[in-house]
Design a binder for this molecule. Structure first.
Ligand SMILES: *Cc1c(COP(=O)(O)O)cnc(C)c1O
Length: 383
């Protein structure tokens, strides 16, 4: 029986050696590898400050904290995302609402955002933070969202968990030119991995300092941040409430090693996606559209089953063939937790229509063409 997941990591001997070297070194945490990984990512995407943490979920949380999100505020995101993009607002006690998606890119719709902002302005409940998500690795229309953030006075956290290695206009996704803070995930299904891991990126030094503080208990050893002169060389102060969201040295060393192959990973994903586009032509599925404003990192290859009534049977059939197809995403506002907070099915019809037809086909750097042919053959067999 085949066992083809929808996504998986590509770990080389060099990656393994990098982790083993850390195990034999002096520091398993709080050593030189985390700053080295932060610098490598910052240089790669072209951003000034990078703060590594133990997951993208943690990065989203401290990003909201750094931007001062609190009870009574609103955070808006897309319903077509992993729950973490919304939950970060709830961790800070804020209200969460959603902006429907564009029916071609499946990203947050700029038109829907404009409409919702107008209504919110009139009602006096504008968001403090908007979290656009670069779904499947494709950037949102960030220049337009950035312009709206200036017009209406909200912060932007770009959830680029799917998207390191992609481009938007003339920038690398994650560079934060159009966002206050950008977020990356290094979960094994994402573009590069550190097992668990994430990063918050920003060009704002003040925000970077807050992110660093919140990831490690709100503790500082910087005399400039202390209320009085240090008692001695051992001295630190806790100047605010933070968490322990630190990334380990093992993870960071893996990340540095993985980053060396990122362009290769993304190129392979593009080659495979192009093959899917060709092989699926003529079958009753819609392949994912690529916007002209950028170059996707292609974390996912989500097709739309034209006949929504057949999606479940196709999913079950593919699973029975050993193919780990998946569905990205169950609209977050339909989750029981968010329904209890007042969201209702029907609130975001484009996201719900998209979901009813969605099926993610396997896509990852080590997917062989033979396995890809098998995936397409199974779809053909089903229909
Ligand atoms: C994976 C993912 C996250 C969470 O990432 P973790 O590193 O697993 O915490 C957040 N947002 C999106 C869009 C994701 O896909």
């Amino acid at each position: 029986m085949k066992n083809i997941p929808y996504g998986r990591q590509d770990i080389s001997d060099e990656d393994i050696a990098a982790v083993v070297a850390v195990l034999k070194s002096d520091f398993l945490t709080q050593g030189p590898n985390v700053p080295a990984f932060e610098k490598a990512i910052a240089d790669y995407v072209g951003v000034e400050h990078a703060v590594a943490v133990n997951s993208a979920t943690s990065a989203l949380h401290i990003a909201c904290m750094a931007l001062g999100l609190e009870s009574g505020d609103w955070l808006w995101t897309t319903p077509n995302t992993f729950v973490a993009s919304a939950n970060c607002g709830r961790y800070c006690g804020a209200n969460v609402s959603f902006v429907d998606i564009d029916k071609d890119t499946y990203n947050m719709s700029v038109d829907a955002l404009k409409d919702k902002l107008k209504t919110a302005k009139a009602a006096g409940n504008l968001p403090k933070i908007v979290v656009p998500v670069a779904f499947a690795g494709q950037s949102c229309e960030m220049a337009e969202i950035h312009a709206l953030s200036k017009e209406y006075g909200f912060f932007v956290i770009e959830d680029a968990s799917h998207a390191i290695g992609g481009n938007y206009l003339d920038t690398k996704i994650g560079c934060s030119k159009y966002a206050d803070i950008s977020i990356l995930s290094f979960h094994p299904v994402k573009i590069i991995t550190t097992a668990e891991g994430g990063m918050a990126l920003t060009n704002n030094a003040e925000l970077a300092e807050k992110l660093q503080s919140y990831r490690s208990h709100g503790i500082t050893r910087d005399p400039k941040r202390m209320t009085h002169e240090a008692d001695g060389a051992w001295y630190y102060q806790q100047v605010e409430l933070g968490l322990n969201y630190r990334m380990t040295e093992l993870q960071a060393a893996l990340g540095v090693s993985q980053l060396k192959r990122i362009d290769e990973f993304v190129a392979t994903r593009h080659k495979l996606a192009k093959r899917y586009d060709e092989l699926l032509a003529g079958l009753p599925v819609t392949t994912p559209a690529q916007a002209k404003s950028g170059h996707s990192a292609l974390h996912l290859y989500p097709v739309q089953v034209k006949d929504a009534a057949k999606r479940q049977a196709l999913f079950d059939f593919m699973r029975s063939k050993g193919i780990g197809v998946n569905v990205h995403y169950i609209p977050v506002h339909t989750q029981p937790y968010y329904q209890e907070l007042g969201c209702k099915p029907g609130d975001y019809p484009e996201a719900e229509a998209y979901y009813s037809r969605a099926l993610s086909l396997p896509l990852y750097a080590t997917l062989t063409e033979a396995d890809q042919d098998y995936v397409v053959d199974c779809i053909r067999e089903f229909f």
